[in-house]
Structures are given as structure tokens and as C-alpha cells.
Design a protein around this ligand. Structure first.
Ligand code: NAP
Length: 242
């Protein structure tokens, strides 16, 4: 296990769900957390007060699809903490719409937050990650990065794209010491799943804290074994059905 005390984590989508659970877990382990982006300021404030029980944080509310906000935000992170060690691209959005009814503007919105944002934020963070001895990027994809679900065409396309981006960057930067991973969860009990899978009941769903534990596993186990991605299925009457 490596020592991650005082390492700086840039985490998107930390206003609730997986992001909030990850922020808490990493703060408990002494890491400084940047809560990067989010339109709901109250949610971000609530996460910040959890983080501040254990560690320090920087809160940067705003719309991540605004690339200027990302660029200035990274500058602010460096001014405040002087480094970036970990990037977790977690912010995302889903929809549950028949293919014929997906509006082009909604497709663009989903692709923007789920793919374009991780692409651009990663580009901005890479120069700083190169200087870290523990640089890791974790992209929160989904089981739909592997499977095709009805009523989720735009979301499925975006998560396939995010997984492709992850694989390419992983190969491009491993010699710089940057580890790049994807986590591909099935249904996690968060606000989003209520939109993307209204057919699921909470029973048997993955808890956000379980994804936070996997994030911690990736960060803290930095040996010779490199895991590209972890696919996380929920407990189901038919195991491995995502
Ligand atoms: N829940 C699941 O079943 C599941 C399964 C597989 C993968 N995932 C993935 O896990 C990640 C986290 O989702 P979650 O389930 O934890 O849901 P969530 O609680 O709804 O989190 C999504 C976060 O993304 C942020 N976000 C969305 N658009 C944004 C924008 N334009 N700018 C800044 N922030 C934005 C939201 O912040 P605001 O609301 O404040 O804007 C929110 O905090 C997503 O990438 C999702 O695709 C979820």
C-alpha cells in the first residue's frame, strides 16, 4: 500500500451519489479533495462539510461543460494546492428515452458531460499528473460501456466512448507513471439510477460506498499488477446480468 496522505484529488460530480461517497472515503485517508463542478451548490456544500471533518477541500461549483470553467478551475487547484495527483472523472448524466425520441440536443448534452468533459479535464490535468509519483486517473464508466441497453442509446454510446478514451490514454501515459482505470458499475443506488433505470428497485442495488471502496483499492494498491478496469455487477436473481 502506498502513502496517499496529502495527495490532491480532483473529483467531479461530488454533490451526491458515488462522488460524495468517494470524497468521504478519500478524505478519511488524508487526501485533499477538490470538489470540481456541479450545478447544485447546496449538495456540494454538504459534501464539503463531510470532507472537512477529515481533511481539506476546495469547492469549485459550476458547469463542467463550459471548457473555460475547467481551464480556470485547474489553475485555481494549482494556486491552492500546488499539485494534482489523482483525477476522478465521475460527473455524468443519463437518460431513459426511446431511440427515436432522443433529441439531438440531449444527445450532445450527454456526450458533452460524459465524454467531452473527461477528455478536456484530463488534458488540462496531465502536465501536473506527470509530476506526481502516484498519478492515477479513474473514469467512472458503466456496465453500458460493454452492454447495449434499450432506451439508453445516447448514454450507452457515451460510456462506450469513455471506455475507449480510458484505454487509449492508459497506453499513452503508462511510461509517464500515470495509471488510468475505468470502473464500470451496474445499478448503483443514487439519484441517477432513478432516471436511467426506473425499472430497478433499491433492493440488491450496489451502494455508492462500495464503488468508493473500489476507487480506494485502485489508488492504494500500486504494485506491478495493473488493473485496467473493474466491472461491478449488482446482486441479481440472475448473476452477471447487468
Ligand atoms: N447510479 C448508477 O447506477 C450508475 C451506474 C454506472 C455508472 N454510473 C456513473 O456514475 C457517475 C456518478 O453518478 P451517480 O450515480 O453518483 O449520480 P448523481 O448523484 O446524479 O451524480 C452525478 C453528478 O454529476 C454532476 N453533473 C452532471 N452534469 C454536470 C455538469 N454539466 N457540470 C458539473 N457537474 C455535473 C451532478 O452535479 P449537479 O447535479 O450538481 O449538476 C452530480 O453531482 C456518473 O458518471 C454515472 O454515469 C452510475
Amino acid at each position: 500500500m502506498i502513502n496517499l496522505q496529502n495527495k490532491v484529488v480532483v473529483l467531479t460530480g461530488a454533490g451526491g451519489g458515488i462522488g460524495r461517497a468517494a470524497a468521504e472515503k478519500l478524505a478519511q485517508n488524508g487526501m485533499k479533495i477538490v470538489l470540481f463542478g456541479g450545478n447544485n451548490r447546496e449538495n456540494l456544500k454538504a459534501t464539503a462539510s463531510i470532507v472537512e471533518k477529515y481533511s481539506s477541500c476546495l469547492v469549485l461549483p459550476g458547469d463542467l461543460t463550459d471548457l473555460e470553467f475547467i481551464r480556470k478551475g485547474v489553475e485555481e487547484v494549482i494556486r491552492t494546492f500546488g499539485q494534482i495527483d489523482i483525477l476522478i472523472n465521475n460527473a455524468g448524466m443519463a437518460a431513459n428515452t426511446s431511440f427515436e425520441e432522443v433529441r439531438v440536443e440531449d444527445f450532445d448534452k450527454i456526450m458533452a458531460i460524459n465524454v467531452r468533459v473527461p477528455f478536456y479535464l484530463t488534458q488540462q490535468a496531465i502536465p501536473f499528473l506527470k509530476k506526481s509519483g502516484s498519478a492515477t486517473i479513474i473514469n467512472i464508466a458503466s456496465v453500458v460501456a460493454h452492454a447495449g441497453y434499450p432506451l439508453q442509446s445516447a448514454y450507452t454510446a457515451s460510456k462506450h466512448a469513455l471506455l475507449g478514451l480510458t484505454k487509449s490514454i492508459a497506453r499513452e501515459y503508462y511510461q509517464d507513471g500515470i495509471r488510468v482505470h475505468a470502473i464500470c458499475p451496474g445499478g448503483v443506488y443514487t439519484d441517477m439510477v432513478k432516471v436511467s433505470r426506473p425499472d430497478l428497485t433499491p433492493e440488491g442495488m450496489i451502494m455508492p460506498e462500495e464503488i468508493a471502496d473500489i476507487i480506494w483499492f485502485f489508488l492504494s494498491n500500486r504494485g506491478n499488477a495493473v488493473i485496467d478496469e473493474i466491472i461491478v455487477h449488482r446482486v441479481n436473481k440472475e448473476p452477471f446480468l447487468v
